[in-house]
Design a protein around this ligand. Sequence first.
Ligand SMILES: Nc1ncnc2c1ncn2[C@@H]1O[C@H](COP(=O)(O)OP(=O)(O)OP(=O)(O)O)[C@@H](O)[C@H]1O
Length: 367
Amino acid sequence: MYELKSVHKRYGLSKVALRKIDLTVRDREFLVIYGPAGAGKSTILNILAGIARPTSGDVLRDGESIMHVPPEKRDAAMAFENYALYSHISVGENLAFPLHARGMNRADIDQRVKRISGILGIGHLLDRRPGFLSGGQRQRVALGRAIIRPADIYLLDEPVGHLDAKLRHKIRAELKALAEDLSATVVFTTTSSREALALGDRVAVLNSGRIEQIGTPADLYHRPANAFVASFVGDPPMSFISVEPRRGGDRVAFVTPDGMPVAALATDAVAGLRDEPGSTIQVGFRSNEVRLAEAGDPGTLRGRVDVIENLGYVKIALVGIGSDQVSVSFPTGKRLSVGETVAIAFPRDAVHLFQNARAIAHAAPSA
Ligand SMILES: Nc1ncnc2c1ncn2[C@@H]1O[C@H](COP(=O)(O)OP(=O)(O)OP(=O)(O)O)[C@@H](O)[C@H]1O
């Protein structure tokens, strides 16, 4: 188990890359660090590898500080997005290099090179020099070279970032299966929500050097801790409608500024709601948690279709409602055009509620 304890990292005098983060990497887990460019993802990997040193805080391996352990003694295998390969030797030799360095015998080396190159779809390139490969092929060789040897921890920095969508999808699945097969501990960084949800046993959402939330993909998707996670995890992102609470009896209704009720929840379910004048309260929902209304649906919200996105199996309409914009999914067979006015029906009892951007309730649909 690896732990970062209150790790703060500053580059130079003013650039803060990590802000006192606590992070645990459990044995044999596939941990994804998901965040926008510049969030500090690579810095975390570099600190785990020992290439970068925290400005303050501690790094532990099974409870003992490894701050003094140099990178070559840490047994971390790293793959970077832009990894330099040895240009004077073939792809096969590049892959075999880390195994030769460990004194593995020829037969075992050949077997591992065959397996890894097969998984990464580079088996036909083994005799080529790196200079004769495309960017995506080079990235796969670099990834192969990092994962080919047994290691205590694999640190993979956006390792499939340059690949086209189809290959990314394939390698992602293979990589996850391989990690499970080898019982490997993996820390993998990405800027893709889809990749984070697909790969992570747990996902840490990083934003401006802070961990916003760590949890399983289901936790992050269904129970985001705040509006940042809600709008950053899942595609399309969660939509929000600004509302005002109206307490009455054992329920609290949430209505838009022009009085339309969007949700009504039991008082117990919104115990975290504070009566704070001037605070921002938002109801959030995913595109599949709302629907285009049918005639007779009570209390719908009307808006104008701004954009329609066709995902192939479903379409998403972005509907402007006041100053908010709501994504609604609908079947591909349905006719709808940009500019049309539509009504949206809400689940009322199955919404996410945020006060000043912090989640205060995730109400499940009633049976
Ligand atoms: N050696 C350095 N000197 C100064 N600033 C740095 C250095 N390395 C990183 N930074 C800054 O620290 C912040 C975090 O960088 P880091 O590379 O860890 O982010 P990242 O999440 O991996 O980004 P990306 O997805 O773009 O690779 C960024 O603002 C970056 O510009």
